[in-house]
Design a protein around this ligand. Sequence first.
Ligand code: AMP
Ligand code: ZN
Ligand code: ZN
Length: 398
Amino acid sequence: MKRFLSPLLLLFAATTAAHAEDARKPVTILISIDGFRADYLDRGITPHLSKLAADGAHGALRPSFPTKTFPNHYAIVTGKRPDTNGITGNSMIDPRRPDVKFSLGDAKQSLDSFWWDEAEPAWVTANKAGVRTATMFWPGSEVAIHDVRPPDWLRYDEHVGYAQRVNTVLDWMRRPADIRPAFVTLYFEAVDDAGHGFGPDSAEVNAAISDVDARIGDLVAQLAAMAQPVQLVVVADHGMRAIDESRTIQLADIIDLPSIVAVETGPYAAIEPAAGTDNRVYEALLKPHDHMACNRRETLPERLHYGHNPRVAAIICIAEPGWSIIAGKPNWPVRGGAHGYDNQDPQMLALFVANGTGLSGNIGIVDNIEVYPLLMRLIGVAPLPSDASGSLVKRLAH
Ligand code: AMP
Ligand code: ZN
Ligand code: ZN
């Protein structure tokens, strides 16, 4: 009898082990801490992130130009720079839809796949390949890009508390294996908000950094408690720089404002002549200016990889770091902090920390589009063609 049962028991044990293994396949979690400048990690106030960095890989991401939120979040998950991913700004106008403007706060446009379909984010490609995904916020994740939304996604709402965001991810991981995601995004905006409101060197920024760090600590601890293996990739979209009212460039001093449409103002300005091709606008703006350089989109420096997409405005002006371009009375406060400058500005560099099997070492500074091939490798899905060279994956291949 005993002899008869043993093989069955063995089989049972083997099946259970196989199930357990099945049940806890590694999950890749991509976390964005909006506006977390790379050097914030050296402030000594991030015990959890610093430990993840020390035990894993870390470095700095060079954002894509313009160093704004939507273009860079999309660059990270597509491997394409804003010029090729189609999200060329937080605000933009497409000549094929001349009467409307895309902007973060306008859901009618920002949730329309028309703006996003020029690239395919990692979660869409993963889903198509049979890898289940879930997004706890990420720009674009609310949109049916190439007709696909993540099976689990949430409409962006800044009022959703951070404990709730982390618990949502943990609840996903508690699901049965067949509906448990293998790729998850998680987003926090508090560090960016405090950076804008109070500047990068403020107590408010430090408090936000500590709070987000603690939430990430909770997430890691709870995943460990459920024996869930995880590949963590923590990024930011851009850095932050102090600005003030004494360093402004007033476009009204250069050109009468009714002659232009300022699609964006601030660290960079995207400007269209109001009346098609108005040479006066070009003549006035393309001259040399103090603290600002303007170019036709066709003649921007090659290193910016920007200006070929028709959504890029006719004239792009970039302020000297710390300066703000304004058009009349700005509808945003010129104080605290801002981003959007040239992506060579060291204060625009963004956080990179990765922790998981095979992820270790200081990666130095890499372009943020390089995160995409790393993500796809971690998820186990072939990356689509992109602007990335694969340099980060190479650096991490030990
Ligand atoms: P920025 O103007 O570049 O500093 O953008 C940062 C802001 O983008 C944050 O304060 C968020 O409130 C906002 N944001 C982040 N994700 C989303 C989203 N999925 N939909 C709309 N707004 C978002
Ligand atoms: Zn941002
Ligand atoms: Zn911001």
